[in-house]
Design a binder for this molecule. Structure first.
Ligand code: CO
Length: 221
């Protein structure tokens, strides 16, 4: 037990030393601030680490993760991350990243009681309900789960587009919303959808008129 914990500390030492060997200024530069172009909204699953699977470095991706990569419009954690990323970091792309073989998606397809998490997975049951006709027609359980994984990503991208935060950003600049599904068993990402502005893809009831640009909120120093 102790050994497996110590492994992390030892791993960190090896990491820091190898970075410094390659570039003595690496951490000093990172400490000066971050300017990532991407906000990643992914699953908490340990097999889907944002930087590792995209071959990127510290400082390049701002990350939010939760079970089954859900964008919930009452989630203060997600909304705070989203607003900070869009308003202050000025990210250019927001990417919702699902993955095949997602335990959250699989659980949401069953009627099994798991605990508190079922309230969270309810968001995925709603996606299922919304697309029940298409999903029920898929006989193979794995294929049905894969399709639900994709539809979940697509709906979560739409949920982003429905937020006032994203629409306020669109009032003044470009912000691209992407949906990806990562193949745990292949290592490759499938690019599913992209939304560039509010006039596309989302139902008119979710579109706000006369939104003020987000930058109007930034306090002057
Ligand atoms: Co997952």
């Amino acid at each position: 037990m102790e050994q497996s914990y110590q492994k992390l500390i030892d791993g960190n030492k090896a990491y820091a030393e190898s970075k410094l060997a390659q570039d003595p200024e690496f951490f000093k530069r990172l400490a000066q601030g971050q300017k990532p172009d991407y906000l990643w909204i992914g699953c908490s699953d340990s097999r889907v680490p944002a930087n590792e699977i995209t071959n990127t470095e510290s400082g390049q991706i701002f990350v939010h993760r939760n079970i089954a990569n859900v964008v919930v419009h009452t989630d203060t954690n997600l909304l705070s991350v989203l607003e900070y990323a869009v308003k202050y970091l000025q990210v250019k792309h927001i990417i919702v990243v699902g993955h095949y073989g997602c335990g959250g998606v699989n659980a949401a397809m069953t009627n099994t009681y798991h605990g508190y998490v079922d309230n969270w997975l309810r968001n995925i049951k709603d996606v299922y309900h919304q697309h029940a006709e298409e999903l029920d027609a898929i006989e193979d359980t794995t294929q049905r789960a894969n399709r639900l994984t994709e539809l979940n990503v697509i709906e979560q991208v739409r949920n982003l587009a429905k937020t006032t935060i994203v629409q306020r950003a669109w009032a003044e600049r470009e912000l691209h919303l992407h949906g990806w599904v990562y193949g745990l068993d292949s290592g490759f990402i499938k690019d599913l959808s992209v939304i560039h502005n509010t006039s596309e893809d989302i139902d008119p009831i979710y579109r706000y008129t006369q939104v003020t640009p987000l930058s109007a909120d930034i306090p002057s120093k």
